[in-house]
Structure formats: structure tokens, C-alpha cells
Design a protein around this ligand. Structure first.
Ligand SMILES: Cc1cc2nc3c(=O)[nH]c(=O)nc-3n(C[C@H](O)[C@H](O)[C@H](O)COP(=O)(O)OP(=O)(O)OC[C@H]3O[C@@H](n4cnc5c(N)ncnc54)[C@H](O)[C@@H]3O)c2cc1C
Length: 503
């Protein structure tokens, strides 16, 4: 299997070419749709229970309390347990995995509604999967890709999209300039870059606009940014993007290129399920943390019970942490910082078919389009190809446009997009599932959080460490591979190391 032609890959290949030239919808609640709907209903009822504050029973005492059973929290808890101290993980939802959430829609057909792919350089997540006995497999990438722009659908072979040559050259310029700028960005302290003040005072979109690139190069650049953040370039600080480039090793191509080349057999949520099983003390599910009383020994309060611990690791997404109650309050820089950490607006969809019918036309299933709601699609079929699955994304403004639709209207709009690319057969699904992550009370959006202009330089240094014995971890805190499963694992391990050292 060759390299997958991901949307991220598409841009990087465009650049190479330039250089050479110079909820839930559900086929009314079948399969995944029903499973997701049930999960949402359960989440909503946990949230209700949390607000009622009933039946508080006696304290549980441990060395370390971990809040959140996503990859960061479970990695941290695993490392703490291995070192010896006692640890408990408190999770708001009735499942582990957080932003990884997989549903088996038919025997052997697992669809990933959250995190999905990995690729070169993501060493920790791949090592963890192997250690847990999971298999990786290459994402399907054979055949011609589709490029839909200004009402015209073009197919093309190979890695170079059929964009105008001047646009391809400009894309190369955009990427090489970003890489050059990122060289001066310290990975752990990006606000210390000599040009940080200038870069943090503009958005990625305004920086691209200043370059006066062609519309097509601007389009390709914005597609890539939405792929990284699930959000429009107009909302993201250029400094945040440069920190991201530095965090993946200094080449934007690493983040937009092969990061989507490899999948996890059974889906990546399985990593969290297996990590949770290995913990001596079972993860406490359906236990949303309501407040944290800070002190030499911290008290963490859920609706039913309080937990006392010498150290606390908070792995909750930043926008959700902003509404947790801390007593005494966090230092003002933390409160202000958390108020300024919005999440992206991506909606992820999975359409399941009897067969991968697009392969009959020698299509890879990959699409990049300038027309929504679904502007990016890939073949997401199981490895044996026994069923066909298309995964698609509506990001930024396109994602937000779906928020206001009913489940049925959202499904109709999504399938109309797929039919535009693959013909009327795309309208007839066996199963359909989607996830509007902005609706999830314990996540708040997708793919993660980002810094708008001004935040990193004004608050980054002030929130760089723990607050006493309260540590913050999670994919969006990680200097390396921020926003990826890889970042979640690295940040969980780093927080655990600090906690273990301080006990
Ligand atoms: C649609 C989508 C696609 C993605 N695609 C990819 C991809 O292909 N590759 C990749 O590497 N990454 C991808 N990501 C990102 C990746 O999934 C995340 O970065 C990673 O899973 C985050 O892990 P985490 O542990 O930091 O946070 P989370 O997984 O968000 O875990 C935080 C946990 O805290 C819990 N929580 C929240 N509030 C409370 C509370 N009050 N009390 C107790 N618990 C609480 C939550 O329920 C959750 O379980 C994607 C994400 C999404 C949403």
C-alpha cells in the first residue's frame, strides 16, 4: 500500500510540485447512529446528576487523583501506578477514551467518530498500541483522488492535485516560509521566539492574505489549517501555528502530510479501554468532577463522593476546565488563559455502504472540495474491504452550519455532499453516524483547543507550570504533537513524571 493521499498529504504534495516547478443521525438510528444517540443520552444524564450534588459520601484517600479518562489521563495513571503511588481516575462520562470514540456498526466494521489516524514521528502512540497488543494497518489509498473546486470535479492520479501551477508554487512558498519561521520557535516556550510579538498579533488567515497569494493557493492553505485545527485560519494565531510546526519537528508537512496514513485495528479508543483494565483501581465512571479544593491535600468533589489526594492531574479539555470550580480560585492568569482557549468546530461523519463501490471506478475515496458541508472525505473501509465506509469532515464554518440542523437534515446535507463526489449510490447507506463534538458537554469541540492572537505572548509563560499540586495535562497542553493522540500520551507521561518526583 502506498502513502495515503490525505487532504493534508494533498497540500504537501502540491507543495512538492510547486517546488519542482520552481449524533448523530443514523439511517434513523441503526447501528452507530443508535449507539451514539444512547451515549449522548447517558452523557446528558450524567451532567444532570452532577448538577444535583446529592448523596455525598465519605472521602476516598489516594496519593494521586487523575481527572479524565482519555489517553492523557489513563497514560498518566498507568505511569503513576507503575511507580508505586496509589491513583484513582475520575471520568465524567460512562465510558473511557474521551475524544477517541469508536462504534462497531456491523461485525468487524468499526467506525471512528473521534481520533483516528497516526503516522511517522508519532512514536509514543504507536509504541503504546503495540504494547497493548493492538495492530496498526495502512489507510486505503489506491486509485484516483477527487478535487472539487468552483463546481468542477476532477480526478487525478498520484500525489499532485490538479491545481494551477502558480498556486502549487505558492503553496510551496507558504510551507517553506512557515518552516523557516518555526526554526526560531522554542518548542516548550514559543512565546520566547524573537518575533513572537509580531507573529502573535496576527491570525494565520491575515498572514496568508498579506502574501497576496492566488485564490487557489489560499484555498489549499486554508484546507490544511482546518485539517489541523477543525477551525478557520481567521481565528488562529500565527504564533500558535508556528508552535505547532515546531512541535511536530519543524516541518509543516509532518502535520499535514502522512499524519493520516495509518489506522488502529478496532479503533484507537481500544487503547484507553485496555489501559483502564490494567489499573488496580477501576476508573470511576459517570463521575463528573464539580470542584477542586486546593491545599496540601486537595479535595476533588464529584456529585456522590469526595476524593482526597496529595497530587491532582487535570486532563479535562481547556474549555471544560474553565468552568470547573477551584477553591481558592486558580491564579488569575490561569483563569484568564482558560477563558481564551476555544475549541474547533469539526463535525465528523461516517457513511457505511454494502461495498466500497467507488473502488469499482478506480477511485481512492479521497476528496478535497471547496463546497460544503463535507469538504474532505477518505475511504475508511475495514481492512478486508467487506463493507465500504466513507469518512468525512465539516470543519470551521461548515461544521457550525451543521450545528443548527436537525439530525435528519444534517444527514441529508452530508449525503448530498457525498453524492456530489461519488454519484447517487452515495445516498444509500447501510448505516450512518456522525458526531457534533461541540455538543459534547465534556469536550466542547473538535479537534482540540487553540490560541487566538495575543494569548500565547500575554499568558503563555504565566501558565506554563502546575499550580502547587494541581497539574494540567492533555493533548492541547503538549508542546510536542499538540492536539494529537501522540501529544495526549506525551503530556500524560510528563505530568506523571512530575507528580512521581514530587511525592
Ligand atoms: C473528530 C476528531 C478527530 C480527531 N482525529 C485525530 C486523528 O486522526 N489523529 C490524532 O492523533 N488525533 C486526532 N484527534 C485528536 C485526539 O483524539 C485528541 O487529541 C486526544 O484523544 C485527546 O486526549 P486527551 O486525553 O488529552 O483528552 P480527552 O480525550 O478529551 O479526555 C478528557 C477526558 O476528560 C473527561 N472530563 C471532562 N470533564 C470532566 C469532569 N468535569 N470530570 C471528570 N472528567 C471529565 C472527558 O469526558 C474525557 O474523557 C481527533 C479528535 C477529534 C474530536
Amino acid at each position: 500500500m502506498t502513502d495515503r493521499m490525505s487532504r493534508r498529504r494533498l497540500l504537501s504534495r502540491a507543495a512538492v510540485a510547486g517546488a519542482a516547478a520552481t449524533g448523530v443521525v443514523g439511517a434513523r438510528a441503526t447501528g452507530a447512529g443508535a449507539a451514539v444517540e444512547n451515549a449522548r443520552a447517558r452523557t446528558r444524564s450524567s451532567a444532570t446528576a452532577a448538577s444535583e450534588m446529592v448523596d455525598v459520601v465519605s472521602d476516598v484517600e489516594v496519593d494521586v487523583i487523575v481527572i479524565g479518562a482519555g489517553l492523557a489521563g489513563l497514560t498518566a495513571a498507568t505511569a503513576v501506578q507503575k511507580a508505586g503511588p496509589s491513583v484513582v481516575v475520575l471520568e465524567a462520562q460512562d465510558r473511557v477514551g474521551g475524544r477517541t470514540y469508536d462504534v462497531e456498526v456491523a461485525e468487524g466494521v468499526v467506525v471512528e467518530l473521534g481520533g483516528e489516524w497516526t503516522g511517522p514521528g508519532q512514536t509514543r502512540v504507536q509504541a503504546l498500541a503495540k504494547e497493548l497488543g493492538m495492530k496498526l494497518f495502512p489507510a486505503y489509498a489506491e486509485g484516483k483522488n477527487l478535487y472539487y473546486r468552483q463546481g468542477e470535479l476532477k480526478s487525478y492520479s498520484g500525489d499532485i492535485p490538479p491545481a494551477a501551477m502558480d498556486a502549487l508554487i505558492e503553496v510551496e512558498q507558504i510551507i517553506s516560509t512557515l518552516n523557516e519561521m518555526a526554526k526560531s520557535v522554542p518548542v516548550k516556550t514559543p512565546w520566547e521566539a524573537a518575533q513572537a510579538g509580531v507573529w502573535d498579533s496576527q491570525t494565520v488567515a491575515s498572514w496568508i492574505a498579506d502574501g497576496r497569494f492566488t485564490d487557489e493557493a489560499t484555498f489549499l492553505g486554508q484546507v490544511a489549517i482546518r485539517g489541523v485545527y477543525g477551525e478557520e485560519a481567521s481565528q488562529i494565531s500565527l504564533m500558535d501555528l508556528l508552535a505547532e510546526v515546531a512541535g511536530v519537528g519543524g516541518d509543516f508537512n509532518t502535520a499535514i502530510g502522512s499524519a493520516q496514513s495509518t489506522r488502529f485495528a478496532g479503533g484507537p479508543q481500544e487503547m484507553s479501554k485496555r489501559l483502564a483494565k490494567r489499573l488496580d483501581r477501576p476508573v470511576v465512571l459517570s463521575a463528573p468532577v464539580l470542584s477542586i479544593e486546593r491545599g496540601k491535600v486537595a479535595t476533588v468533589q464529584t456529585a456522590r463522593r469526595s476524593y482526597r489526594g496529595r497530587q491532582v492531574i487535570v486532563t479535562v479539555p481547556k474549555a471544560v476546565t474553565a468552568v470547573l470550580r477551584f477553591h481558592p480560585a486558580l491564579p488569575p492568569a490561569y483563569g484568564q488563559y482558560l477563558q481564551r482557549q476555544p475549541s474547533g468546530s469539526a463535525v465528523k461523519i461516517q457513511a457505511v455502504y454494502e461495498t466500497p463501490f467507488w473502488r469499482d471506478d478506480a477511485l481512492s475515496g479521497a476528496v478535497v472540495s471547496d463546497t460544503g458541508p463535507i469538504e474532505v472525505v477518505y475511504d475508511n473501509s475495514p481492512p478486508d474491504g467487506r463493507r465500504g465506509v466513507l469518512v468525512g469532515f465539516a470543519e470551521g464554518n461548515q461544521g457550525r452550519a451543521l450545528f443548527r440542523l436537525s439530525d435528519a437534515a444534517r444527514r441529508t446535507a452530508v449525503l448530498a455532499s457525498l453524492a456530489r463526489y461519488f454519484g447517487p449510490r452515495a445516498q444509500t447507506t447501510m448505516h450512518y453516524a456522525d458526531m457534533v463534538w461541540a455538543r459534547e458537554p465534556y469536550t466542547g469541540g473538535a479537534y482540540g483547543s487553540f490560541n487566538p492572537p495575543g494569548v500565547l505572548t500575554s499568558l503563555g509563560a504565566a501558565v506554563a507550570g502546575p499550580v502547587g499540586n494541581i497539574h494540567f495535562a492533555g493533548a492541547d497542553y503538549s508542546p510536542e504533537w499538540p492536539g494529537y493522540m501522540e501529544g495526549a500520551i506525551r503530556s500524560g507521561e510528563a505530568a506523571a513524571a512530575k507528580v512521581i518526583a514530587s511525592l
